[in-house]
Design a protein around this ligand. Sequence first.
Ligand code: AMP
Length: 434
Amino acid sequence: MLFNQLGLSAELLRAVDEQGYEKATPIQQQAIPLILAGRDLLAGAQTGTGKTAGFTLPLLHRLQHGTENRRSVRALVLTPTRELAAQVGESVRDYGSHLPFRTAVIYGGVSINTQIDKLRKGVDVIVATPGRLLDHLQKGTVDLRAIEVLVLDEADRMLDMGFIRDIKKIMKVLPKKRQNLLFSATFSKDIRQLAAELLNSPTEIQVAVNGKPAEGIDQVVYPVDKDRKRELLSYRIGREDWRQVLVFMRTKHGANRLAKQLEEDGLTCAAIHGNKSQSARIRALQDFKSGKIRVLVATDVAARGLDIEKLPHVVNFELPFVAEDYVHRIGRTARAGNQGHAISLVCVDEKNLLADIEKLLQTNIRKEVVDGFEPDPRIKAEAISRGRGQQRPQKKRGAGQQTRGGQPNSRRSGPPKKPAGGRRRSSGRQRRAS
Ligand code: AMP
């Protein structure tokens, strides 16, 4: 579903467009209309689902169309950690970049005076961790009596971190008539109890839990050198006669290049990503669905929300930097109880990304070395001597190691027809907009 079908204002749609989002994520599709309608919400969604935009966009819309003009704090978002507060604050500023609202991010560990100055000048939205917000309440440096919308983000983590008493103290100073939105990855007994106390006839919504791909997906990792991935992919598609394959790349540029190379290998193919016009994307998707093209190469953003009935094969040509994206990607297959096949071509540089994914999944993915595509031990040694096991930007290193060949050669196939002559290419970097 496109954002402009959700009832958001032109200013917000413009900001969404600037973020490069194409379609609303499932949680956004569900949450935005309900919040715009003024409902209280109990929402089951984890980080990575697009939940922040899911509550921030309609929240800003409501502030924009509310009757209150005086500068007062009208929306409060509580988060468990400083990092999350900073991140949500940034999202509020991004999505509200064409609106006149001011946002304050309030958390501990930094000077309270700077925050007091900011609050004194007047803000419309506060994103805060509970402890520091209470400090301000006790000092009388914040006034929450005009709050119209309250969001508890990652409420389960807030309870785990022992914030329940702080939250209850904050609740006491809020006006009775307000909209309440509770987001939580899990619905434990404690969360249900908090929801019962806090929410007013809430609507409950939930999106698929991250880290738990559908049961029917057969996942396999093919360890392979980076410059032989394309050759291996073409070989598997041809040899096993895959008819409909969705291939994930990290970058638009990489997607274009791979699509071109696969065409050269004789496969009908198209690429979809943010730089393609809407009509080109629709056409590619139609051709893919109808079987006119066999391979669709996509970036994560372009593929989000793609719904292709009974898609049999998903290939991670490159592993995503964010482990949750792996679950999103492979979730394109085995939908609605169907069987699906998810293949990851993993080179030595990606071993830490794989370890992150396996940690998230809490399982080891089966590894199969394909005959004739065994990774070159010299490349592995070179990577170790470079001290580089990944290309993930700005994230702490995963601790695990990729174990190559968990069940080596269990489905060996004949050697490739083509010699290993792949040129070495770098895959480029892409950070998700966050
Ligand atoms: P969140 O679950 O709110 O932490 O968001 C996860 C990531 O998804 C962030 O990097 C957002 O910028 C991104 N995101 C949110 N909504 C969309 C969308 N509709 N399309 C693509 N990316 C999105």
